[in-house]
Design a protein around this ligand. Sequence first.
Ligand SMILES: C[S@@+](CC[C@H](N)C(=O)[O-])C[C@H]1O[C@@H](n2cnc3c(N)ncnc32)[C@H](O)[C@@H]1O
Length: 256
Amino acid sequence: MPSGSLGDLPQLNAEALWDEFNPADYISHNYRTVLPVDAKIIAIVRDHFGDHFRRFPERPVRGVDMGAGPNLYPALAMLPWCEEITLLDRSKRNVAYLRDQLDSYDTNWDAFWQELSRKGPYAAYPHDPRVRFKQIVRVKQGDLFDLAGRQRRWTLGTMFFVAESLSTSETDFQRATECFLDHLEPGAPFAAAFMEESEGYEVGGRYFPACKVRRELIHSSLLDRVEGLQTIRVGEQDKVRDGYTSMIVAHGFRSA
Ligand SMILES: C[S@@+](CC[C@H](N)C(=O)[O-])C[C@H]1O[C@@H](n2cnc3c(N)ncnc32)[C@H](O)[C@@H]1O
């Protein structure tokens, strides 16, 4: 990371230039193909959601991906059970990318669906995921912090690489995890992913802030609002960039 990068500069969520986040560059580094670490995350999330909905095949399910950015695989992981999925993001460019994907998502996402489809209800899914995605996904530009105090409405949720990757402030990190969980109804399954000890990250030549959180803090920040919490370290050996120690996947159920 060059000197003067966000590793040294405090930067709150409201100060970062989210509208300059470059989705094409982000995808080319992260989601052009299924990286080994994403395959591991997908397996964990598929088992968590699949196990829950096999035991409780309740309907209707309303899903949310908070800070979706240019990543469709959390939404694809929720697809089999949802009648509606909201993709929320603050960045104009990411929202434009997501809206552009609604009609017929790009072919790079087929490999992520195939990875999900190795097992369980994804393999048996009776619909074309691309058609279903178009039917049920809604994209919303918004600030997850603005949701504080509003009514809970989602019964399934994901938040991948967002709470720790939106500010250098530990308070912002804590607030973001609380906002996410506070908008899930009691009993709602969720999955979240984090970069441990991230020093900030570059997208299309621009640096974005991150908070250096360790697994213990991630775990404790979720614990009060979650039942059956698991936090799993993944990808220590297959890093996607410098400047972090591991990815952490958390899952469980929103407590009452
Ligand atoms: C590191 S990216 C993660 C993107 C994606 N979830 C993924 O899995 O790759 C962080 C995302 O958080 C979004 N974001 C930052 N602050 C936000 C806020 N206050 N409310 C909603 N989204 C926010 C950014 O626009 C960006 O898309």
